[in-house]
Ligand binder design. Structure first.
Ligand SMILES: [Zn+2]
Ligand SMILES: [Zn+2]
Length: 116
């Protein structure tokens, strides 16, 4: 077995020991067929381009997902705050209707914050 050999032969040269496997399609290649790109080693130029496109898309998708996640979190936070404020106001209305002193005091404070 040649150095760095993976125990199989090149897909293009059946008599030559493969030196690695394509990162895109997983096929073995020899030193002559090896194509090195920024994202790894490949059996052909075609696979290199395919993999680069794949990485590019994955990164863009990740970035998109990341910003979407942040927006979703913000939206959730805002809706939670709105929910709490609405709940506080409802409790306030009930409290003033039934004149519950402790609650009324608390509600007045909330009303002060909301500006009502
Ligand atoms: Zn390939
Ligand atoms: Zn080869």
């Amino acid at each position: 077995m040649a150095l760095g050999g993976i125990g199989s032969t090149c897909i293009n040269h059946r008599s030559i020991e493969a030196v690695g496997r394509c990162k895109q399609c997983g096929k073995p290649f020899c030193g002559a067929c090896k194509v090195t790109g920024p994202t790894g080693v490949f059996c052909s130029e075609e696979c290199k381009v395919k993999h680069e496109n794949f990485i590019d898309r994955a990164q863009k998708l990740d970035a998109k997902r990341g910003s979407l996640g942040l927006k979703a979190k913000l939206r959730k936070l805002v809706s939670t705050i709105v929910f709490i404020l609405v709940l506080a106001l409802v409790v306030g209305v009930i409290a003033s209707l039934f004149e519950i002193p402790v609650l009324s005091d608390w509600v007045l404070r909330v009303r002060g914050i909301v500006g009502m």
